[in-house]
Design a protein around this ligand. Structure first.
Ligand SMILES: [Zn+2]
Length: 566
């Protein structure tokens, strides 16, 4: 496997990979960007083409192409590996996976694929006539039905179980995929029965679960797959695999409530449309969509539930500074009705987009229209509620503008709202990013050079033995050397696993250290650093020890003074 990883790394350039996701800018020999993993206005995200890695000085996220794609696309390592292998044209077939969890997910995906075949065969057989009639009566074309792979789960308790057996799918995989349930007496049965089936794919287009709709009046109207290893409702978005191909052209994402709404939007080529899976947008969704840096249009039903769903997500949009619009369809129509029944739907849609407001304004207007302006208590309640939402907003300018707007709308002095600002926010604060310290001492530079060129490790053994100080970089260097005394050298990522967060920080910093000299001067520099550790000068040793103490105590000024003495 490591051979495949090496091959992929040689083929793909980190600058191209990251540049295909976010805007990057050349700066000296490196590239910078606004970090996609934390909120920022000035770029502190650095990409080193030499070392083929990235590092963020703001949130300390770092790594190589695999780490980046994994985190950016929300993938497991195996998934990122397959994605990049495909881009690099590297065959993974020959490499046996040792990752148990990955094997498990693969089995789940296989079971889901098999179920999809079963549902589609049923849909196209006599059994599925009722489902087919229903879906056609809703206005869907055969193309849309095929595109989304609509299926039917017949009214049978063992149908899928028997079908899967014939296709060599283990019962355990069906259970893990949420496709069958096991009764107390040990007997299993199909989870979906007598429902129109809509496969839900992940961002890579793999079926991860299903939504099933009843054909009669029974409840629940929609039944989704239970949460599984690959079906995580707070993260998945229906149709995202197709929408991500369109968002650049349309410069937005459109969020709707139901699967059929999205399918109809696709049928009419409305734009990049997605839906959540029976929940409203979660914080994870908003955070994920932020990466695409386009406005999000929320098209929810005009009823109370739809409005509430819209307003519930306001704090997330404020928190991540994602531009948003609420699109209210006329006459309380749902998106399907709107598209099917509006003659010039395209003009009408453009008009709706133009006249749409952001969620904050939408919510405030609704609150005001629902309250009695002469009732002071109601005014207090609205002001409180809106100001509480604003606490999630990290962008000071945006916050100020909203507060000004709020004070005007409610005819309240700004000062009063400012007092309110100090109350706790409705979103629980995430633990602060820990600030790590870094002292660039000799061990640090030795490490930096060795990470740049691993051949230097052999030089380290030459000459008198080193007296490595007990600074943080020192202990890290010791660990690094120890590691290399062991038989086979391990991958950086594996080494990192064994480190504390602080050590990992130093290690990653050393990996992209730009203060080391160019190649031809590197050896001289390295020997110089080494030599200064070889002269077991007692004063120096004591200074280094004092540095270690001052560092622990967090006395940065003292550390700096001592460093100068060296
Ligand atoms: Zn960052």
């Amino acid at each position: 496997m490591s051979q495949a990883i090496g091959q992929i790394k040689q083929t793909l350039d980190i600058v191209d990979i990251i540049g295909s996701y976010i805007t990057i800018k050349k700066k000296g020999s490196n590239f910078t960007a606004c970090c996609p993993f934390h909120m920022e206005k000035t770029p502190s995200f650095m990409i080193s083409p030499d070392r083929q890695n990235f590092y963020c000085f703001g949130c300390h996220k770092h790594g190589d192409i695999f780490t980046f794609v994994q985190d950016y696309e929300n993938l497991s390592f195996g998934e990122a590996l397959r994605l990049l292998a495909k881009q690099a044209g590297v065959e993974l077939e020959n490499y046996q996976s040792k990752n148990k969890q990955h094997d498990n997910s693969e089995e789940i995906f296989k079971a889901l694929e098999c179920a999809q075949k079963y549902f589609q065969e049923a849909f196209n057989s006599n059994k599925g006539t009722i489902a087919k009639e229903y879906i056609i009566s809703r206005g869907f074309t055969q193309d849309t039905i095929d595109q989304f792979g609509v299926g039917f789960a017949p009214e049978e308790w063992q149908g899928l179980i028997d079908y899967s057996k014939k296709h060599n799918i283990k019962e355990k995989a069906l259970v893990n995929a949420g496709l069958i349930k096991i009764r107390d007496d040990g007997k299993s049965f199909d989870f979906f029965r007598n429902r129109v089936m809509f496969p839900v794919k992940n961002a890579q287009g793999k079926i991860s679960g299903f939504g099933g709709r009843v054909l009669d009046d029974s409840e629940p109207k929609y039944l989704n797959s239970p949460e599984t290893e690959v079906f995580v409702k707070s993260k998945l978005l229906f149709n995202f695999n197709l929408a991500k191909e369109q968002y650049r052209e349309h410069k937005c994402f459109i969020v709707m409530e139901g699967y059929t709404d999205v399918m109809m939007a696709e049928q009419y080529k409305l734009g990049p449309t997605i839906a959540t899976l029976g929940t409203s947008l979660t914080e994870d969704h908003v955070k994920f969509l932020k990466r695409y840096n386009v406005p999000i249009y929320l098209v929810y039903d005009g009823d109370k539930a739809g409005q509430n769903a819209t307003e519930r997500v306001l704090p997330y949009f404020l928190k991540y500074g994602v531009e948003n619009k609420t699109v209210s369809l006329p006459k309380k129509m749902d998106p399907c009705d709107f598209l099917l029944q509006t003659k010039n739907w395209s003009d009408e849609w453009n008009h709706l987009i133009k006249s749409s407001s952001d969620i904050f304004t939408f919510k405030l207007n609704r609150k005001i229209s629902e309250s009695d302006e002469n009732n002071l208590e109601e005014k207090v309640r609205v002001a409180n509620e809106m100001a509480t939402d604003l606490k999630a907003c990290k962008d000071q300018l945006r916050k100020e503008i909203y507060l000004d707007f709020l004070s005007k709308k409610l005819d309240i002095k700004r000062k009063a709202l400012d007092h309110q600002k100090n109350e706790p926010s409705s979103i629980k604060p995430k633990p602060k990013i820990k600030q790590y310290s870094l002292i660039k001492d000799q061990p640090y530079f030795l490490l930096a050079v060795m990470l740049y060129d691993s051949n230097f490790i052999s030089i380290l053994g030459e000459g008198p033995s080193l007296s490595i100080p007990n600074t943080e970089s020192g202990s890290l260097l010791k660990k690094w050397i120890e590691q290399h005394h062991d038989t086979t050298p391990i991958a950086h990522s594996e080494f990192e696993q064994k480190l504390s967060p602080q050590e990992r920080f130093i290690f990653s910093q050393a990996g992209i250290e730009s203060l080391i000299p160019p190649k031809d001067k590197l050896k001289g520099f390295f020997l110089e650093q080494m030599k200064s550790l070889q002269t077991s000068d007692t004063t120096k040793k004591s200074i280094l020890e004092q540095i270690a103490i001052a560092e622990k105590a967090g006395d940065h000024q003292k550390v700096e003074e001592l460093m100068n003495q060296l």
